[in-house]
Design a protein around this ligand. Structure first.
Ligand code: SAH
Length: 221
């Protein structure tokens, strides 16, 4: 699967995609993440990507032209999806991550400052996504969140198939049971021990399954 990101801060992405699961997936050719500097598509000598808002008000608004020229250069095709990161967009859920993983390519547009000229949302983006009801300084972290959440659903990116199916939100409103690993008994200080629930140590698969079922959380309950 391909990801193209349009941002004025391309270097913010390097670290995140050069580690762990996403790094391996890129090396294995499962993911192709390309980060582009929006300033490459400015036409004035100062490489201006923003300007004052019409109607007045504080701050600067990102211009439509660099986004449009960049998308033209990236040759967005049918089967690609252009997503604008936006605090007023639809809130990202597990379902969106699964849905977006079916596209051949996602093009993620990152805003900064007071936001992006509305014509980007109206004419260039297929959808607007928010990662939560709060405002960040830019769309870079949200774009990384989207790429990370979507990538996990690209076949082969995660090792064992089960690690996707049994996880939180795979079923709507349901979160995973608690997990434990060695040691089965831990003493952070004298007189205190934190123990792993005995059911998990029992070796009895039915007992373990029942415990896990009981301890996974459902909003429907
Ligand atoms: N004035 C805007 C916020 C601009 S924040 C408003 O009140 O809605 C600058 C940029 O950061 C936005 O254009 C968007 O790309 C990104 N951003 C900020 N918060 C976000 C969020 N919760 N989800 C996704 N993108 C966000």
């Amino acid at each position: 699967m391909k990801f193209d990101v349009l941002t004025i801060f391309p270097s913010m992405f390097e670290g995140y995609f050069s580690e762990s699961i996403l790094k391996r997936a890129r090396e294995r050719g499962l993911l192709d993440v390309r980060v582009h500097d929006l300033r490459d598509w400015t036409t004035d000598k100062h490489h201006k990507v923003d300007d004052k808002p019409y109607g007045g008000g504080p701050g600067m608004v990102m211009k439509v032209e660099p986004f449009d020229l960049a998308l033209k250069a990236l040759k967005v095709k049918k089967g690609d999806r252009v997503v604008l990161m936006s605090a007023k967009g639809k809130k990202l859920t597990h379902k969106d991550a699964v849905r977006l993983s079916k596209y051949k390519r996602l093009v993620l547009l990152c805003g900064r400052y007071e936001g992006v000229d509305e014509r980007v949302a109206a004419h260039l983006a297929d959808e607007e996504l928010s990662i939560g009801d709060y405002v960040l300084t830019g769309g870079e972290l949200p774009a990384m969140v989207v790429i990370d959440a979507v990538s996990r659903h690209v076949p082969g990116v995660l090792g064992a198939k089960e690690s996707l199916e049994q996880e939180s939100h795979a079923e709507e409103g349901v979160t995973e049971h608690p997990q434990y690993t060695r040691p089965d008994s831990y003493s952070p200080k004298k007189g205190t021990t934190w123990k792993v629930p005995k059911e998990l140590l029992s070796g009895d698969h039915a007992k373990i399954a029942a415990w896990r079922k009981k301890r996974s959380k459902s909003k429907k309950k």
